[in-house]
Structures are given as structure tokens and as C-alpha cells.
Design a binder for this molecule. Structure first.
Ligand code: COA
Ligand code: ADP
Length: 566
């Protein structure tokens, strides 16, 4: 029976990975999507906006103000969402945005938005912003953004029609949109967890207070009255308008610290917690939470109230923005230190440091590894050609790949003995061989440290099955999955963990050159941890995979005799 499980896993893993490798040949097959990629095709939800930047759109530096840009982005995205939904839509959230370029007066801003995927009542809209110099014809990418819009109809709950992606790019966006939605919905909890677990050394006590600017000096409070031009035809305030007001107060707070004109570099996720309408008063508050060497974090919070009920304030939104101050050569200048207020101020100061670390982790992963962290696409057994990984309602799978300078058979042997895994994977604290079922199948008892706020360590009972290639071109496979054993029942000492299906594939790419893929289907218990990594909010996966590479390199000559049999 164990043999069957092993074979089943092997087939599963092999089809997942082989379908990934055969993707290239599929794109030469002259199929539907290749036609869709060609000229003449336009996504039916695509909306474009082009705006000439005039002096009235600029900030104190003579560049397009980010607030104005956010209004245009929100409008374009909303029109795309409404084109698909066929009814009014509101902004639910806008993911993190990193601005690569500023835009000058006289240039043109080109914005393109399209719906990547529709869920039940919500849609993910992808937005691309580029700037164009009319005189030189040069173009620059300014930023990408992802917004979620929710469709609203008066009486019935909306059930949106599905999007059918056609081009390769649309298919990719469609598939990752599901993962991004999952991450968005747990975003607040993920950040809370990370903040709780992020050990940040602060030097508040040791700093020379006389050279610090009290954070209090940067505090801003401002009120806005929502008028009809700020709202849609149903009277709901435009999300873009609120973001623009938030950017305005954040810029004032940042300027009060540096006494110069700061530039906004990044915005962390906006989540519109509740609606506001024409007639609402919006109170916007901002303060510099922390100043680092060359950048500062400003936090903004927005509350709404009706005229007659000032004490009943609704929390509409909070956001964190990163500013820098650029000199004449566009180099970031040194910033003064900040002295936070005791209590909330010191808490926000520490949280801003933790957020900065999280942002850097994420940027690192996104910038250098994004293509190597393929996310899930829908599993379609009839079409194994485009499959990357497996996804259904409950499970998220991920897959990492690297090329190592080690022979494939050697890498296979080194990683198939789970007892050596603690040498490179800190999630494996101890491994005991429980039963050697046959030459290629073994059961292990694994313990691992407590994860994500749990106090108890975890343990697993894992069946490891390894298979050599049947044909040339087939990979070596190691498949792992949890099994139950009467001799190793759950004990009070450990939380019993489960791995549904994980493992490695090894492809010989050349002499002493192997492509190693790691595949894992996460269970709900570790989902948060996995999405944190997939989102790039943590670089732990990457670090572990690099440690695996080092382990293979360090031990590449260990197993020479046993290789003769492979
Ligand atoms: N990011 C992305 N989507 C989110 C989300 C978030 N943070 N929170 C909820 N959603 C999605 C849900 O996934 C769900 O999508 P689905 O129907 O496709 O499954 C949809 O919103 C509705 O979720 P539900 O739980 O029924 O509603 P809710 O009580 O969480 O309300 C909003 C969600 C967005 C409708 C509500 O918060 C709201 O009205 N916000 C203000 C919107 C607005 O007016 N914006 C303009 C500026 S004020
Ligand atoms: P938190 O206090 O946990 O950071 P909030 O949503 O209350 O979360 O606030 C978000 C950010 O808005 C804060 O980090 C802070 O920078 C800013 N902020 C909140 N309240 C005020 C206030 N009273 N005055 C100035 N800025 C504020």
C-alpha cells in the first residue's frame, strides 16, 4: 500500500513538474493563446487613460503629485471593474505601490487597467502607469498597482461572471490573482504576526536626544468635507480622492521633519474599511513614525463622521508611506533622527522599524526571485501542459527552483535521507528513522520548532518515497507525505503537523549541473506562514533553499560509492 502511495505521489509530482517544463513547447504550438497574444486582440475589460500633466497637477517640487496620480489610477481601475461588472463598484483595497519615477509638467501619463480575475462580488484590477515625454518620445514605467473593487447592486448580492484569460500574460495574472486575494484577506493578521515576532534592536535610549526632532512637531490634523465632486453618482466618496487627501497630510508631516520637499517612494496597502458619503466630514491625522538614515515612515489615519454626530467616528482607512528627500542629483539626503512620544509614539516607532525590515525582505525577494517562485494556477487534469502547481479552495501550493553544480544522482541521494535534513533546514529539529519499508520508502518521525505564535513544538510522521528516472529526461523524485502509525500517535508534548504532499524533483541539466525543484502543498495550519513567504514578507524560504544548495555543494563528494548503483 505504501508503495502505491509512493507511486501516486511520484505521478503527481512528476506531472506537476513535467507540465511546467513542457510549457515552453506549448507556447510554440500555435494554439489559441498564441493567437490571442497576437495583434488585434484587446482585453474586453481594458480601459486606458492619458493625461497631460499641467501645473495644477503638480506638487511643491513641480512634479505630478502622487495624490493626483492616485485619483487617476483609481478612476481608470474603477471604470475597468464597472465595465466587467455592469454595475457600480467601490474600491476595497489598493496593494503596495512602489514609485520608480517622478513625472514632470508637460509629460503625459498613460494608465492602463484591466480586470485580472473576478471572484464572487470582488475583482482584482491590474494597473500599469507609464510616463511619456512628448518631445523625445521616451517612455518610463512609473509604477504598477493592483486594486480590488467590489460590485454593488441595490437589492440583490452581486455574483460576477468569471473572466476567461486568453493570452499567456492574462493566464498568469489570472492564476496568481487567487493567491494575492488570499494574502490580502489575511494581510492585517500577517503583518500583526510579523510585528509581534520581529525582533528589532532599537537605540532609543542610547541616542543623543539634543539632536533629535520630537515626533510631535510633525503631527498634522486636517478635515475635509465630502462634496458631490468627490463622490460617484451614488454619493460614495471615490477611493482615489481619499488616498489623495491622505497623501496630502502625509507630505506635510514629512516636510515638517526634513524642512524640505520630500518625495514619496512607496505606499503600503490601503484598505477601505467602510464607505463614506457626500456630507461626511473626514478627519485625517498624520505623524512621522520613524526616520531612518535616508527614509522616513509617515502614518496616516482617516476617520469619518456626520455633522450631527461628531463623537461617533468611523475608522475609514490607515496607511503608511515612505518618503525620501532628494538632492539636486536625485540622491537621497541624510535625515534628522526622530524622538517619538512615550506610549503610542514609541510603539509606532518600533513597528515602523519592523515594517521597514518586512518591506526590504519583500523587495529583495520580489526583485530577484519572483520568476523563480511560481504561484498556483488552476489545476486542470485535462490540460497538463500549462500546469505549474496545484490549487483548490483549501490548499495553496508553491514551487521553488534552483540550478546547483552537483550531479543529479548525488543531489537525489543526499536529500533522500531525511536524517540529514536538519543540517540545512532549521524547520527540521530532529529526525528519527522509524521504519525502512523497502529500499526506496522509509517512514520518519520529525520534530520541528514552534511556529507562528504557537508555544508547542510540532511533530510529523512522514513517509519519504524516492524514485529514479524511468526514461531519459525524467527527473529523480523524492515525495513526502504524512502517514499515521499506531506506534507514533499524537502526544501532549507536540502539536501534530501534517504535510499533504511535498518533495523534490531533480533534472540533469549537464555534467555536474542539476535543476532542483522543491514542491509543497500547504495545509491550512501553515498557510499563513507560507503566504508570508510567497508574498515575500519573509525571506525564510529563500534562505532555507540557499542553505540546501550549500549543503549539496559541501557534500557533493560524500556518496561516490552508492552512486554506482544508480
Ligand atoms: N481587500 C480586498 N478585498 C476585500 C477586502 C480587502 N481588504 N475585504 C473584503 N474584501 C472582499 C471580499 O473578499 C469579498 O469578495 P468576494 O465577494 O469576491 O468573495 C467582498 O470584498 C465582500 O466581502 P464581505 O465580507 O461580504 O464584505 P465586507 O463587510 O468585508 O465589506 C467592503 C467589504 C469593501 C464592501 C466594505 O469594507 C466597504 O464598503 N468598504 C468601503 C468601500 C468604499 O466605499 N471605498 C471607496 C472609498 S471610501
Ligand atoms: P496604529 O496606531 O496602530 O499605527 P492607526 O490606524 O490608529 O494605527 O493609525 C495609523 C497611523 O496614523 C499611525 O501609525 C500614526 O502614524 C497615524 N496617526 C494615528 N493617530 C494619529 C493622531 N492622533 N495624530 C497623528 N497621527 C496619527
Amino acid at each position: 500500500m505504501i508503495q502505491n502511495v509512493g507511486n501516486h505521489l511520484r505521478r503527481g509530482l512528476a506531472s506537476v513538474f513535467s507540465s511546467r517544463t513542457s510549457r515552453k513547447s506549448a507556447s510554440h504550438a500555435g494554439n489559441d493563446s498564441a493567437m490571442a497574444d497576437g495583434e488585434g486582440y484587446r482585453n474586453p475589460t481594458e480601459v486606458q487613460m492619458s493625461q497631460l500633466v499641467l501645473p495644477c497637477h503638480t506638487n511643491q517640487r513641480g512634479e505630478l503629485s502622487v495624490g493626483q496620480l492616485l485619483k487617476w489610477i483609481d478612476t481608470t481601475a474603477c471604470l475597468s471593474a464597472e465595465r466587467h461588472a455592469g454595475c457600480p463598484c467601490v474600491t476595497a483595497s489598493m496593494d503596495d505601490i512602489y514609485f520608480e519615477h517622478t513625472i514632470s509638467v508637460g509629460q503625459v501619463v498613460n494608465i492602463k487597467a484591466k480586470v485580472n480575475r473576478a471572484f464572487n462580488s470582488s475583482m482584482e484590477v491590474g494597473i500599469q502607469v507609464a510616463s511619456e515625454d512628448l518631445c523625445s518620445e521616451k517612455q518610463w514605467n512609473v509604477c504598477k498597482a493592483l486594486a480590488t473593487f467590489v460590485a454593488h447592486r441595490e437589492i440583490t448580492k452581486v455574483k460576477l461572471k468569471q473572466i476567461t484569460p486568453r493570452t499567456e500574460e492574462e493566464k498568469m495574472e489570472h492564476s496568481v490573482a487567487a493567491e494575492r486575494r488570499r494574502m490580502r484577506l489575511v494581510y492585517a493578521d500577517t503583518i500583526k504576526d510579523l510585528l509581534a515576532n520581529c525582533a528589532i534592536q532599537d537605540d532609543l535610549e542610547s541616542r543623543d536626544c539634543s539632536h533629535m526632532v520630537p515626533a510631535e512637531k510633525t503631527r498634522v490634523e486636517s478635515v475635509e468635507l465630502v462634496l458631490p465632486p468627490h463622490a460617484n453618482h451614488q454619493g460614495n466618496t471615490f477611493g482615489g480622492q481619499i488616498m489623495a487627501w491622505m497623501e496630502n497630510v502625509a507630505t506635510i508631516a514629512a516636510s515638517r521633519l526634513c524642512r524640505a520637499h520630500p518625495t514619496l517612494k512607496a505606499i503600503e496597502m490601503f484598505h477601505f474599511r467602510g464607505p463614506s458619503q457626500v456630507g461626511d466630514r473626514l478627519v485625517l491625522k498624520a505623524i512621522v513614525n520613524n526616520a531612518f538614515k535616508h527614509s522616513m515612515e509617515v502614518g496616516v489615519c482617516v476617520e469619518a463622521y456626520r455633522q450631527q454626530a461628531e463623537t461617533h467616528r468611523r475608522h475609514i482607512n490607515s496607511a503608511f508611506m515612505t518618503f525620501v528627500v532628494l538632492d539636486a542629483d536625485d540622491q537621497p539626503q541624510l535625515l534628522p533622527w526622530i524622538r517619538p512620544q512615550p506610549g503610542d509614539g514609541e510603539r509606532r516607532y518600533r513597528e515602523a522599524s519592523a515594517r521597514k525590515k518586512i518591506r526590504l525582505d519583500r523587495k529583495y525577494i520580489v526583485s530577484c526571485k519572483q520568476t523563480e517562485v511560481p504561484l498556483s494556477v488552476p489545476w486542470d487534469p485535462s490540460n497538463q501542459v500549462r500546469l505549474y502547481t496545484l490549487e483548490d479552495d483549501k490548499f495553496l501550493s508553491f514551487h521553488m527552483e534552483m540550478v546547483v553544480h552537483v550531479d543529479a544522482a548525488q543531489a537525489f541521494l543526499l536529500l533522500s535521507d531525511l536524517r540529514r535534513r536538519p543540517e540545512w533546514d532549521k524547520h527540521y529539529r530532529s529526525v528519527e528513522l522509524v521504519q525502512q519499508v523497502d529500499e526506496d520508502d522509509a517512514i520518519y518521525h520529525v520534530t520541528s520548532p514552534a511556529l507562528g505564535g504557537h508555544t508547542k513544538p510540532q511533530d510529523f510522521v512522514i513517509l519519504a518515497s524516492r524514485r529514479k528516472p524511468c526514461d531519459n529526461g525524467d527527473p529523480y523524485v523524492i515525495a513526502l507525505r504524512s502517514v499515521t502509525l499506531p506506534t507514533h500517535r499524537e502526544t501532549p508534548e507536540y502539536r501534530r503537523g501534517e504535510t499533504l504532499c511535498s518533495g523534490f524533483c531533480f533534472w540533469r541539466e549537464g555534467d555536474q549541473l542539476t535543476k532542483v525543484s522543491y514542491y509543497n502543498q500547504a495545509t491550512p495550519g501553515v498557510l499563513n506562514y507560507v503566504t508570508t513567504n510567497v508574498a515575500g514578507l519573509s525571506s525564510e524560504f529563500y534562505t532555507t533553499f540557499k542553505a540546501c544548495e550549500q549543503f549539496l555543494l559541501d557534500n557533493r563528494n560524500d556518496l561516490a560509492p552508492s552512486l554506482q548503483t544508480l
